[in-house]
Design a protein around this ligand. Structure first.
Ligand code: CA
Length: 228
């Protein structure tokens, strides 16, 4: 069955282009041009992914996002943000968006992000395999062990938990706040810099070049994305 994408965007030219292209890729596309009817359509169900503009009449994309999440919808939300609006990205991810692309976006990039989100959404949450491999690295979740080229990589429990979380959410931007909440459980003494420090350690252990990371990629102003 084709996946249905709900496009909430008020710019007619973009609605036309996106609808055309997405339908060409085999998706079913429904569009709404303001935030209010967008929320309504999203909550009516049967939507596999929401493509959401931020600047919308009646309700902003942030508000749409919040409302949809509050109502319990788990549909992946991909936000369309304006170039250089890092604040938008941060707020977007905080309100429950899964990822974003920056306007004007590259169509291939957008399609790849859509595909990644749909793939992740259709895999059951607990379905992380016992062993996950990327490059010469192996994460064995049964033994809570990481190997590189067959050799165990020593790491702290926290580093391991951080890596496991990133890997389990591969292809998605994960904010520092989310990592603090999910991996550190918001211990009051933990600063968001701690996340960066731990990521740095993981990179030194896992990346061929920690300065040019291939697996744990920085998403400027937001957080990290595991690209394995
Ligand atoms: Ca707009």
């Amino acid at each position: 069955m084709p996946k249905r994408i709900l496009l909430i965007e008020d710019e007619p030219g973009l609605v036309l282009t996106l609808t055309d292209r997405l339908e060409g890729e085999g998706y079913e596309v429904e569009s709404r041009t303001d935030g209010e009817s967008g929320v309504e359509r999203a909550l009516a169900g049967g939507v596999d992914l929401i493509l959401l503009d931020i600047g919308l009449p009646k309700k902003s994309g942030f508000e749409v996002c919040r409302r949809v999440r509050e109502a319990g919808s788990q549909a992946p939300i991909l936000m369309l943000t304006a170039r250089g609006q890092i604040v938008d990205k941060v707020v977007g991810l905080k309100t429950g968006a899964d990822d974003y692309v920056t306007k004007p976006f590259d169509m291939m990039e957008l399609l790849a992000r859509i595909e990644a989100l749909l793939r992740r959404a259709s895999a059951p949450a607990a379905a992380m395999q016992e062993t996950v491999k990327f490059g010469d690295i192996e994460v064995d979740t049964r033994k809570a062990q990481v190997r590189r080229g067959g050799e165990p990589v020593p790491m702290s429990m926290r580093e391991y938990e951080l890596l496991k979380y990133l890997v389990a959410h591969r292809g998605r931007v994960v904010s520092r706040d989310e990592l603090l909440r999910e991996v550190w459980g918001y211990e009051p003494s933990v600063a968001s810099r701690t996340v960066d420090t731990h990521v740095g350690w993981l990179r030194q252990k896992l990346e061929s070049d920690a300065a040019e990371p291939q697996w744990i990629v920085t998403v400027r102003g937001v957080g990290y994305r595991f690209d394995g």
